[in-house]
Write a protein that binds this ligand. Structure first.
Ligand code: OOB
Length: 582
């Protein structure tokens, strides 16, 4: 790879085609390869060293597959997908819950060099159709059982509105992966059949896949009108997985419970599912983080590590404490590491993890764009509870700067910029946005405000990006505002986070209605409107504030700080009033 194609506003003006993907500069690539950080291995190959292992590679609520089985299932599927016309570089939107079939599909795609776009189970037609259209995806894989939702209507609408080469509905009830091929709404289900009935060792056509190729697309939490796509190469993604494995001491005896949606970067790669497969351990998949379900899985499978967002961690702590008080004995002593990340964990909650759950807390501050920070297993308890860890790699570069990009004094809070061996140099097909999101020398502007302590550990103090972090789920304010603005009675909308004890933040939408409305706007009406737009439910505002005007900054922009302050104060008032009347 070379860096011939760095984004340059001039070339844009001169109508020179800007590449979709920004590679690392040549000298960086050479350095990462020379010191062995980047290796010539692709994700499709990581199962191979573990085929002789007897223990399961992956278990869900219905299936348990050894490494050999997972590998041969994905070989067969790779072969079928090739026959169906999928090949190197094709984009495939994946919209599945935590299940064995998801990994069969992922490995099949890695093997033929097709690039999965990792949608989340909570996404709906609005997001999915955008991913399909933006990446010009050749295929979409949904299921009839997506945590209580059927993707059938998504498939129908995709078939009507977008000319995808194929879209599949996977039936997860059967004991094998059964794909339904839909080219038209009328001819929706062409059953591929029982993969187990195919002969063993079906070969797929080897494809020339390089470690420098894009392996998959992660999704950005986003700050703009539409979600950004994050191209991760085999080189950089695997490096982050292997580095995470070292830090978390993952080996073939490790048993990882995935309760978070496994396509998200955290449970996928930090070290997550791919960490487990790289080390030859066992991955347990479930779709419910509810404490009772999780505790019984930990007990049943002797789980050693799992990953949660803060609200779930707090729910587990409360539930386990309650069980202890009732003397209900549950043996979760196999659990050695509880990773918590995605949003900030309070010090008070952090302090409770070891005494209540009897395992070690590891704070993880990461981002789908790359950089992941971990507290280390041998850190002292104050470091583990007070900080969000330090970078995975010694080649991660961290800068903390002020509004003018000047470094702040050591220990002071500022904007976090980073670059390194697994932090992207640009979003996919987003040249203009990239000019803002990256510095000219390739540092990613994370949008997080942090300070670094004297030991090099990061403490997250806040955020400068226009995003709401609802217990780990990210909502780009602009995206939601754009949806609200399409309502014919909405004159203007401004979305901000409001404080919440449990989730950290919830969503508050300030809305100005158009003049002279016969029927006034209501929260119910606006929510119904968003539902009709088929938006992921976690993006629905938790509260609407109908106002006549927005406060403005001295530059004439909507003053979101003032709106945040307004809603926080109002919430305090409401709580005090409720206490008084109670
Ligand atoms: C993870 O990835 P994303 O892409 O969903 O979100 C990234 C953003 C960060 O920029 C930061 O704003 C926030 O989520 N965040 C945290 C945090 N971990 C992530 N804020 C405070 N404390 C933390 N521990 O969320 C993600 C990716 C890989 C590993 C872990 C989390």
């Amino acid at each position: 790879m070379s860096n011939k194609n760095k984004q340059d506003p001039q070339s844009q003006k001169n109508n020179v085609k800007i590449p979709d993907y920004t590679p690392w500069p040549e000298n960086f690539e050479q350095r990462y390869k020379k010191i062995g950080f980047w290796q010539e291995i692709t994700l499709g190959e990581i199962l191979l060293p573990h085929l002789p292992k007897e223990h399961p590679a992956v278990i869900d609520d219905q299936l348990s597959w050894s490494y050999k089985e997972l590998n041969s299932h994905s070989d067969k599927l790779a072969n079928i997908l090739q026959q169906k016309g999928l090949g190197k570089g094709d984009k495939v939107v994946i919209h599945l819950p935590n299940c064995c079939a998801l990994f069969e599909l992922l490995f099949a795609l890695f093997k033929i060099g097709a690039c999965p776009v990792m949608a989340l189970p909570t996404h709906r037609y609005s997001e999915i159709s955008y991913f399909c259209q933006f990446t010009q995806a050749k295929a979409y894989f949904g299921t009839t059982r997506l945590n209580g939702y059927s993707c059938e209507s998504i498939v129908n609408q995709l078939n009507e509105n977008q000319k995808l080469h194929m879209s599949y509905l996977i039936n997860l009830n059967s004991n094998f992966i059964s794909l339904s091929h839909a080219l038209t709404t009328e001819r929706m289900k062409e059953n591929i059949g029982d993969l187990n009935a195919l002969p063993e060792n079906i070969e797929f056509q080897p494809t020339d896949i390089k470690a420098s190729d894009i392996a998959l697309f992660q999704l950005s939490g986003g700050t703009t009108g539409v979600p950004k796509l994050i191209p991760r190469t085999h080189y950089d993604y695997l490096y982050s997985v292997v580095g995470s494995n070292e830090i978390c001491q993952i080996n073939e005896h490790s048993i990882y419970l995935a309760v978070l949606p496994v396509c998200h970067n955290f449970p996928m790669s930090s070290p997550g599912a791919l960490g487990i497969f790289t080390a030859g351990g066992t991955l347990i998949l479930t779709n419910s983080g509810a404490p009772d379900n999780a505790f019984s899985l930990i007990e049943k499978y002797r789980v050693s590590i799992t990953a949660l967002v803060p609200p779930l961690a707090i729910a587990w702590l409360n539930a386990f404490e309650a069980r202890q008080k009732l003397n209900e004995n549950l043996d979760i002593s196999s659990l050695k590491i509880l990773q918590v990340g995605g949003a900030k964990l309070s010090y008070e909650a952090a302090r409770k993890v070891a005494p209540i759950l009897g395992c070690q807390l590891q704070q993880v501050f990461g981002m789908a764009e790359g950089l992941v920070n971990y507290t280390r297993l041998n850190d002292d308890i104050e470091t583990i509870c007070l900080t969000q860890g330090r970078p995975l790699s010694r080649l991660d570069e961290i800068k903390v700067v002020d509004d003018e990009d000047n470094p702040v004094f050591p220990g002071e809070t500022g904007h976090l910029l980073t670059r390194g061996p697994y932090t992207i140099r640009g979003y996919y097909k987003a040249p203009e946005h990239n000019l803002k999101a990256f510095t000219s020398d390739g540092f990613y502007r994370t949008g997080d405000r942090v300070r670094v302590n004297e030991d090099g550990y990061l403490i997250v103090e806040g955020r400068s990006k226009d995003q709401i972090n609802k217990g780990g789920e990210k909502i780009a304010a602009e995206e939601l505002e754009n949806h609200l603005l399409t309502h014919h009675e909405v004159f203007d909308a401004a979305v901000v986070g409001m404080p919440d004890d449990y989730l950290g933040e919830r969503i508050c939408a300030f809305v100005i209605a158009k003049n002279d409305l016969k029927i006034p706007l209501t929260a119910t009406g606006l929510n119904r409107f968003l539902r009709a737009r088929q938006l992921a439910e976690f993006k629905y505002p938790d509260r609407f504030e109908l106002v006549d005007d927005f406060p403005k900054t001295r530059f004439g922009k909507v003053d979101k700080n003032a709106l945040r302050l307004h809603i926080s104060e109002k919430l305090i008032q409401i709580t005090t009033q409720t206490k008084h009347t109670a």
